[in-house]
Structure formats: structure tokens, C-alpha cells
Design a binder for this molecule. Structure first.
Ligand SMILES: Nc1ncnc2c1ncn2[C@@H]1O[C@H](COP(=O)(O)OP(=O)(O)OP(=O)(O)O)[C@@H](O)[C@H]1O
Length: 232
């Protein structure tokens, strides 16, 4: 078993039904960093993320993730469901049986961390998609999650909202209390916010390294595709 900072796991061959989706996947993300996970449609990015979050159970192999973790969905309407911002962030704390003072402190700190404190009393339905994503991330932080698993958060967002979410994640990852994040994306411009990147193909991790390494790999793939008339 591998131990890697606060995000420790080893994912061995993993079948979904009869079809193996992830094959010998093992990746490493240093604690307190934001890494991006990229790859063609259907290569297994969301499956890895969901397995790490405990939303999917590998039916072969072993997996180990250290530290409390939270999954943030592509569509915030599937996650941010309470009437106001403050109540939504507090919602997940119900199961911890905390004193009210502590709930309020955690909610305030989490909203501040994602730049949404001044929206605490606002109704959820007036928020933009990116603001809702930041509320979802605040919910994870309030629950003291140390690992954020972020699945294509910006797909439905305009540029302003996209920047708001990227900056919020960057800020919490670089904060005093180390948070580690793995962010699935198709948007190459988002790579510039990352500390490192991983590229997957057909259920395998084919590259894990610097942002520059992954950019070069993608460029090479695109050049090859271009030279082959659009097909690989
Ligand atoms: N519930 C499921 N049952 C069976 N196969 C599934 C299931 N969910 C996904 N798959 C298959 O697993 C493979 C990986 O899917 P996954 O959603 O992880 O890919 P992805 O890289 O996140 O793709 P995208 O970029 O399109 O979101 C695909 O072949 C997909 O069809």
C-alpha cells in the first residue's frame, strides 16, 4: 500500500460489471496541493474520483484514501439544496452533534474561506452556478474535509464564475490548514491553477507530473491526431 501525504491510495484493477474500468491505477498527490486530472471522455476520471470518495466500491483490488474527504458534483443543484446559504453549509454538520456556537463558527469560517461569507443569509435560488459551487465547497470545509474531490465544477459556468471557483479552491488549498484537492477538468486553461497534473487514457494513468509535462503530452496527442487526419 502506498502512503502519500493526506491523499493516500492505491487503486488496483477495478471492474464495473464485466468491463474493467480502471486498470492498475496508482497516483500520488502531495498534501496541500491542487492537482488536475485530465483525459479523453470515458477514460475513467469520474470513476477514480467516485471510488476515492467512497461513492463507488471497487469490486476487485484494494483502495485506501487517508483523511476525511468530500466529493463536489458537476451540477451544484444536486448538492446545494437547503433554503439559505448558511443553512446549507450547516446541514452536513447535523450528524456531528456539535454545540451551536461551534456550528456557527465552522459555517462562518468555511464561507469566508470561499469568499461567500457576505451571502450567508441569502436564498440559494438567487445564487449563480459558481456561487453554489463555492457553497458546496464550504459545506465540505465545514465538515473538516481535508481532501476535496472536484468533478468538472466549471462545465456549466461562465468565465467570471469559473474564475471565482478556481480562486476559491486555490485559496483553500494554499491556506494555513492544508487541504488537498483533485480536480477533474477538460479545460486546459484551468491547468495553470494546478500544482501538478495527471493524464489518463483507457482506464490507466499514463502520465503524472508537472503541468508543463501534461500540456506537452496533450499537445503531442493533438499534433498526432492532426497528422492522422483527425483519427488516432
Ligand atoms: N455506472 C456505470 N456502469 C457501467 N459502466 C460505467 C458506469 N459509469 C461509467 N461507466 C463506464 O466507465 C468508463 C469510465 O467512465 P467515467 O465516467 O469514469 O469517464 P470520464 O473519464 O469521467 O468521462 P467524461 O470525461 O466523459 O466525464 C466509461 O466507459 C463509462 O461508460
Amino acid at each position: 500500500m502506498k502512503k502519500i501525504g493526506n491523499l493516500n491510495f492505491l487503486l488496483l484493477p477495478f471492474d464495473k460489471g464485466e468491463i474493467p474500468v480502471l486498470k492498475d491505477c496508482s497516483l500520488r498527490i502531495p498534501e496541500g496541493q491542487l492537482w488536475m486530472l485530465l483525459g479523453p471522455n470515458g477514460c475513467g476520471k469520474s470513476t477514480i474520483l467516485k471510488a476515492m470518495a467512497g461513492l463507488l466500491r471497487p469490486n476487485q483490488g484494494h483502495m485506501y484514501v487517508a483523511g476525511p474527504r468530500s466529493f463536489v458534483f458537476q451540477n451544484p443543484d444536486h448538492q446545494v439544496v437547503m433554503p439559505t446559504v448558511e443553512v446549507d453549509v450547516a446541514f452536513g454538520l447535523g450528524r456531528f452533534n456539535l454545540p451551536l456556537d461551534e456550528v456557527l463558527t465552522r459555517v462562518h469560517n468555511a464561507l469566508e474561506a470561499v469568499g461567500m461569507d457576505e451571502y450567508a443569509q441569502r436564498p440559494i435560488q438567487i445564487l449563480s452556478g459558481g456561487q453554489k459551487q463555492r457553497v458546496a465547497i464550504a459545506g465540505a470545509l465545514a465538515e473538516a474535509s481535508r481532501v476535496l474531490l472536484l468533478d468538472e465544477l466549471t462545465t456549466f459556468l461562465d468565465e467570471t464564475d469559473q474564475m471565482g471557483v478556481l480562486n476559491a479552491v486555490r485559496k483553500v488549498v494554499g491556506g494555513a490548514d492544508p487541504v488537498t484537492a483533485l480536480w477533474v477538468t477538460h479545460r486546459l486553461e484551468e491547468l495553470d491553477y494546478a500544482d501538478g497534473a495527471i493524464y489518463m487514457e483507457n482506464g490507466r494513468v499514463v502520465l503524472s507530473g508537472t503541468v508543463e509535462d501534461v500540456k506537452q503530452y496533450i499537445q503531442k496527442q493533438q499534433d498526432q491526431m492532426h497528422n492522422n487526419g483527425g483519427f488516432r
